[in-house]
Design a protein around this ligand. Structure first.
Ligand code: BTN
Length: 327
């Protein structure tokens, strides 16, 4: 048990104050170590009052998805089961997860979470601004699905986020192709997937999830292409919401859809994605380097590509890596 968790367990047994000396005796941590860890716990969001004569008293819990708090509530078999790594600040949880996956073959299900990122990565080499108040995490999945199904992993992850937001709020998120989560036409969450493959064999996939939870939209608007507006859950709701609770939901739903992706036919994920999207029958612009084609979205194929009927009335198949779709 980490020493912070040990201290918390003793603090929680007390209704009133407990002296630093008793805390040190009961945890086996030195007195200096106790005050150092109390400072750390306060940084982690716990309210710990101190009184020079009486010692310390825990008067409020944290809402951060700290490994020991998440482990208490998480109901999964693989994701977050063996390893949850938490950083107050990380350059990018995605990069941390990739180096863990490269170096540790037993990292299936490992979750890396940061309270803030200094060099968060978005899709197509964009920056992803990640101040405090968001959910910024990456999950390592291995061994995963066949190479032919891996293109559906972003759709599965988007469904997991969409379900979780619906369950935790009264909001009605919609999926935007290929893997953005939108509320009232504004982007609230995004997914970045990095895959390591050798031939047809998949070594691992890292699913990076960024959700604007309790952040001010104006602080993150430069995350995106100019034509996409951005929002956060707190801006939509008018109040803050639980980061710990939403993180639990997301990891549980991600495991659920990952199992579905492994075990069921591809159209299972695709059909559910279609039901959660409002892209169909919408006018879109398909942009590829220096050409743009206008059309209407008619379907999503089982491989995750989009079927667009162009203004010239022919159907084109749109694959994510080729183009941008604007609507
Ligand atoms: C997008 O461009 O829509 C995808 C954004 C993904 C951001 C997340 S935040 C956690 C993880 N770490 C990163 O550096 N990026 C992803």
């Amino acid at each position: 048990m980490p020493e912070e968790e040990l201290l918390l367990s003793v603090l929680r047994t007390q209704k009133g104050y407990i002296s630093g000396r008793t805390l040190a005796q009961e945890t086996g941590i030195s007195k200096n170590g106790v005050s150092k860890r109390i400072r750390l716990l306060r940084q982690y969001g716990y309210c710990i009052e101190s009184n020079p004569k009486m010692g310390y008293r825990l008067s409020g819990e944290t809402d951060l998805p700290l490994p020991w708090e998440l482990a208490k509530v998480l109901d999964t078999l693989v994701i977050g089961k063996d390893k949850i790594i938490y950083r107050h600040t990380a350059e990018s949880t995605q990069n941390l997860a990739i180096s863990l996956a490269e170096n540790d073959p037993n990292s299936d299900g490992a979750v890396i979470i940061a309270e803030q990122q200094t060099s968060g990565r978005g899709r197509v080499n964009r920056n992803w601004l990640s101040p405090k108040g968001g959910i910024w995490l990456s999950v390592i999945l291995r061994p995963i699905v066949s190479a032919s199904k891996i293109t559906l992993l972003p759709f599965a992850a988007a469904l997991a986020i969409c379900d979780s937001i619906k369950k935790a709020t009264r909001l009605n998120p919609k999926l935007r192709w290929p893997n953005d989560i939108m509320i009232e036409g504004k982007k609230v969450a995004g997914i970045l997937i990095d895959i390591s493959m050798e031939g047809e064999r998949i070594n691992y996939a890292v699913v990076g999830i960024g959700i604007n939870v309790n952040v001010d939209s104006s602080a993150i608007s430069s995350n995106l292409e100019r034509h996409i507006k951005v929002t956060s859950l707190s801006d939509e709701l008018g109040h803050k919401m639980s980061i710990l609770g939403l993180t639990k939901e997301i990891l549980e739903r991600l495991e659920y859809y990952h199992v579905q992706l492994k075990d069921d036919a591809p159209h299972t994920i695709i059909e559910q994605w279609k039901r959660s999207s409002d892209i169909f029958n919408r006018k879109v612009e398909v942009i590829h380097n220096d050409w743009t084609i206008e059309g209407v979205v008619v379907d999503l194929n089982n491989d995750g590509s989009l079927l667009v009927r162009t203004d010239l009335c022919n159907n084109i198949k749109v694959v994510e890596s080729d183009v941008r779709v604007r609507y």
